[in-house]
Design a protein around this ligand. Structure first.
Ligand code: CP
Length: 310
């Protein structure tokens, strides 16, 4: 199989196992490309892509832009904070004006869940969801899956615990869909107040004791506490959170086996993980960032209908 079953990447929910395998295998090829002295291929030199960021981003925005440039696409970047959105222009008007300039593909981050889906129904361009509120962050889940597969050799049967602010996390939801489709086992761990009640209906077990969760897993994905999405207090203080759910070197070293530590970034050092854990040899946080470029190259080239080797 050399093409995806979807025209847009709106979420992992819409992908099947073959789609995910195709993306990960294509990303493996592109990882080879970006580690060559000449890190570029001419595949998309006839394509123009707009990156629309209505919410802050460091990794995702830079990673998409780099992926597009490595594929030789033309790139335009739009950030809502210094645009005519501030003068009242709607999302659809903004996007239609950008598309009038002959743009073929749109990568969008937005604070509203469903914004990418909405756009895909209204405009004539390929849409990639770069994070929509607390809904989905599909390319993050794909790069996480790629990084686990690269580190452990497979996803099937691997045990992954996602720790922290599950309630506000698009990374958690996309990871759950992606890992389960690939045959991994997923648990979530955190304070009850940050674990949505529906989570068990996704086939995910809940563990509120961090040590037990870590003893169970092969991989711990430590999520950021998303204070910007929290309208009420879900725990007494960050200090108390980090005492109960933060991962430090003492806890990591006391486990009966060596686990892999991940974090989607940005890290709040000393809250969800300490610096010595983030920078330890068990951490693959910077591998995740490197792999993000290869995975996004794969997603873009497949959605553009340019599978590698053809
Ligand atoms: N992981 C992630 O989405 O990071 P940014 O918010 O910096 O893009």
């Amino acid at each position: 199989m050399s093409s995806l079953s979807v025209n847009h990447l709106l979420g992992i929910k819409q992908l099947n196992k073959n789609d995910i395998e195709l993306i990960l295998n294509t990303a493996e090829y592109f990882k080879g490309v970006i580690n060559r002295p000449i890190k570029k291929v001419p595949a998309l030199r006839d394509l123009t892509i707009a990156n629309l960021f209505f919410e802050n981003s460091t990794r995702t925005r830079l990673s998409f832009e780099l992926a597009q440039k490595r594929l030789s696409a033309d790139v335009v970047n739009f950030s809502a904070s210094n645009s005519s959105v501030k003068k009242g222009e709607t999302l659809i008007d903004t996007v239609n004006n950008i598309l009038a300039m002959k743009v073929d593909m749109v990568v969008m981050r937005h604070s509203s869940p469903g914004a990418a889906m909405f756009l895909s129904k209204k405009v004539n361009a390929r849409i990639i969801n770069a994070g929509d509120g607390a809904h989905e962050h599909p390319t993050q889940a794909l790069l996480d899956a790629f990084s686990i597969r690269e580190k452990l050799g497979a996803l099937k049967g691997k045990k992954v615990v996602i720790v922290g602010d599950i309630l506000h996390s698009r990374v958690a939801i996309s990871n759950i869909f992606c890992l389960q489709k690939m045959g991994a086992l997923v648990k979530v761990c955190g304070p009850q107040t940050l674990i949505p009640k529906y989570i068990t209906s996704l086939g995910v077990e809940v563990e509120t004791d961090l040590r037990k969760a870590l003893e169970w897993c092969d991989v711990a994905n430590m999520l950021r506490i998303q204070l910007e999405r929290q309208d009420i207090k879900y725990f007494p203080s960050l200090r108390e959170y980090s005492m109960l759910y933060g991962l430090d070197k003492h806890l990591l070293n006391s486990l009966s086996k060596e686990i892999v530590v991940m974090h989607p970034g940005p890290i709040n050092r000393g809250v969800e993980i300490t610096s010595d854990v983030a920078d330890s040899k068990q951490s693959i946080i910077l591998d995740q960032v490197e792999n993000g470029v290869a995975v996004r190259m794969a997603v873009i080239s497949l959605l553009a209908g340019r599978p590698v080797g053809e």
